[in-house]
Design a protein around this ligand. Structure first.
Ligand SMILES: Nc1nc2c(ncn2[C@@H]2O[C@H](COP(=O)(O)OP(=O)(O)OP(=O)(O)O)[C@@H](O)[C@H]2O)c(=O)[nH]1
Ligand SMILES: [Mg+2]
Length: 415
């Protein structure tokens, strides 16, 4: 189980050292504040830092989900079918954007060929071709594969090592490993959500079915309402779902909204959505819009939903949400199919269910998309949603021994 603690010390650096000493390498500080204590007539006042610490669960505890409804991720293995569906949604998107569908189809074919070349070059084949390869390269290649990094990403890293390290330098595995982690981290883009925002800020979550959109909306609402970021005010939040007709879907968000004491409304067409957004324009800081989970292959429904969400306006921040355990090829498929929604960043859910993150990191790097949040727990409390943090993501990788202080110094803690 993920655990939370509070640590107090004179500086943030000391808090970090205590956190590491007491709770080990997996622990990290997710929030902190400065407090002043003691003092007499304004003298001898001491500055202290109080940090909130999270220790993620070592292994996913799947037993607790036994009674939950976990829907299966869409099966994206059938390449031919996926290709047909992709062509459909891309042409729907092209129509929306006014692009030539023929041009779009040619682009799709080029991308597919590219993917096929990547998949054909399996690491085993590459290793046979490089007989006598240095042990460090073999080990790094295996570790990257173990973490499910895509073939293209693995090749890029190996090439990088070959360029940067001499044969003698390759003998220092620890140093090579550190550099590899820095390069991987350097390929992760973090979404800057510091604003300023036009009020009300409209946030829309889209993504496949059952990935945790509704749960994530509640976690975001709870954090905006009750645990705002450092120096930010508590916000007045409204929750809107466009999922009125699915059995129990509006009830799910409605009940969660009631627990949070947040405003809630369910709508079922663009006109209603437009009207409800306008009604709330002056009274709410943030409006969170929950959408219908759609298979990436449901091209017509996706195009309809895209048209409906257009009433949210161009300032709306759309986030694509999917589960961390989705296969690399599946992630690329989802990202491409949801591309017409012009999503600004990605939210990765269910990080507590996997320790293989190479799939997510390489797909985001290859598509050039930033990561905004990760979630790692079934409950709707804000404890299980975190702003994406490069060092924390690197900590989740398997098979690497981290020098966390060096990585934090490299990436500036909390960036
Ligand atoms: N382990 C784990 N489970 C999660 C997480 N987020 C959501 N879930 C679970 O995933 C399941 C689906 O969550 P929902 O929020 O209903 O997913 P959704 O994307 O809104 O689903 P649809 O509206 O049907 O598309 C529920 O059982 C949630 O408790 C997470 O971070 N970790
Ligand atoms: Mg939902």
């Amino acid at each position: 189980m993920t655990e939370t603690y509070t640590v107090q010390a004179a500086t943030l650096a000391e808090c970090r050292a205590i956190t590491r000493r007491r709770y080990g390498d997996r622990a990290y500080i997710f929030d902190y504040k400065s407090v002043r204590s003691g003092g007499f007539l304004g003298l001898f006042v001491k500055e202290n830092v109080i940090a909130s610490v999270i220790v993620p669960a070592a292994k996913p505890d799947l037993s607790k989900y036994a009674s939950g409804i976990i829907k299966k991720a869409p099966d994206l293995d059938n390449a031919a079918q996926a290709q047909q569906e992709k062509a459909k949604i891309l042409s729907a998107a092209a129509e929306v954007r006014g692009l030539d569908p023929n041009l779009q189809a040619i682009l799709t074919q080029v991308k597919l060929l590219n993917d096929k070349i990547d998949t054909k070059l399996s690491p085993a084949a590459a290793r046979h071709g490089d007989s006598g390869e240095h042990e460090t390269l073999v080990k790094i290649r295996d570790t990257l594969e173990q973490n499910d990094f895509s073939p293209a990403f693995r090749r890029e890293i190996i090439e990088h090592i070959r360029k940067e390290f001499s044969i003698e330098a390759l003998n220092d595995y620890t140093e090579v490993q550190q550099k590899v982690l820095e390069w991987i981290g350097g390929r992760i883009k973090i979404y800057d959500d510091t604003g300023p925002y036009k009020r009300p800020r409209i946030i829309v979550l889209v993504g496949p079915t059952g990935v945790g959109k509704t749960t994530t909306i509640c976690k975001l609402a709870a954090s905006f309402m009750y645990y705002p970021a450092k120096n930010a005010e508590k916000q007045n939040v409204s929750l809107i779902t466009i999922d009125r007709y699915r059995i129990a879907a509006d009830k799910q968000l409605g009940e969660l909204a009631a627990c949070l004491q947040a405003d809630f409304m369910a709508v079922d067409d663009a006109d209603e959505l437009k009207k409800e957004l306008a009604l709330r324009a002056d009274s709410f800081d943030t409006i969170l819009v929950d959408t219908i989970g759609r298979s990436p292959r449901a091209s017509v429904e996706l195009a309809e939903m895209k048209n409906m969400l257009e009433v949210c306006g161009t300032n709306a921040e759309v986030y694509l949400t999917f589960a961390a355990a989705t296969k690399s090829s599946g992630i690329i498929e989802i990202m491409r199919q949801f591309e017409p929604f012009n999503y600004k960043a990605v939210i990765i859910t269910k990080l507590d269910e996997t320790r293989q993150l190479g799939n997510v990191i390489s797909a985001l790097a290859e598509q050039g998309k930033p990561l905004a949040y990760i979630t790692d727990g079934q409950s709707t409390t804000p404890y299980y949603i975190h702003k994406a943090n490069i060092v924390q993501l690197l900590t989740n990788l398997e098979g690497f021994t981290l020098d966390r202080d060096r990585l934090e110094a490299h990436f500036t803690y909390g960036a």
